[in-house]
Design a protein around this ligand. Structure first.
Ligand code: GNR
Ligand code: NI
Length: 159
């Protein structure tokens, strides 16, 4: 495993649409492993999408610290949403900034796991927020684009 560099906000890569994975090769498995390691390295990471490490493929990982543990999504599709919730979001590619974003309260998502098996997951709370945030990355969308009232908050950076 290896840490990957995280692409920052001003990089045009973050604005591109990622392509589906057509075959789950050892390269994709290594990408998933490296993304999990990179997400956990910065304690604050609860998710990471492949374009954030410069790979324009429809892949993301999430671990919000609930019973689900580490979740890996390949070629995800949000197939149902319900309700609304507002959450103050951050992003590893947009350090020092937060914004309130309105997301669905509940999402149903379909994806492939690393064995190429399709699964469907229903998520609520922070897991639903995080899934939507990561899925947006695959479409070149950042949370700041969706800030409630366009308001961005500048946090203190701790290093
Ligand atoms: O680490 C992250 N924290 C976070 C907090 C609230 C809502 C979404 C997130 S995702 C973010 C990691 C990241 O940038 N994923 O793309
Ligand atoms: Ni992000």
């Amino acid at each position: 495993m290896a840490l990957r560099n995280i692409v920052m906000e001003n990089d045009p890569l973050l604005r591109k649409t990622s392509r589906p994975v057509d075959e789950i090769t050892p390269r994709i498995i290594k990408l998933l492993d490296d993304m999990a390691e990179t997400m956990y390295y910065d304690n604050r990471g609860v998710g990471l999408a492949a374009p954030q490490v410069g790979v324009l493929r429809r892949v993301f990982v999430v671990d919000v610290g609930d019973d689900h543990g580490l979740l890996e999504f390949i070629n995800p599709e949000i197939i149902e949403t319900e309700g609304e919730q507002e959450y103050c979001e951050g992003c590893l590619s947009v350090p020092g900034k937060t914004a309130k974003v309105v997301r669905p309260a509940k999402v149903k998502i379909k994806a492939l796991n690393r064995d190429g098996e399709e699964f469907v997951l229903e998520a609520t709370d922070l897991l639903a927020v995080c899934i939507c945030h990561e899925n947006d990355h695959l479409n070149g969308i950042l949370f700041t684009d969706k800030a409630v009232n366009g308001e961005i908050f500048y946090a203190q950076e701790e290093d």
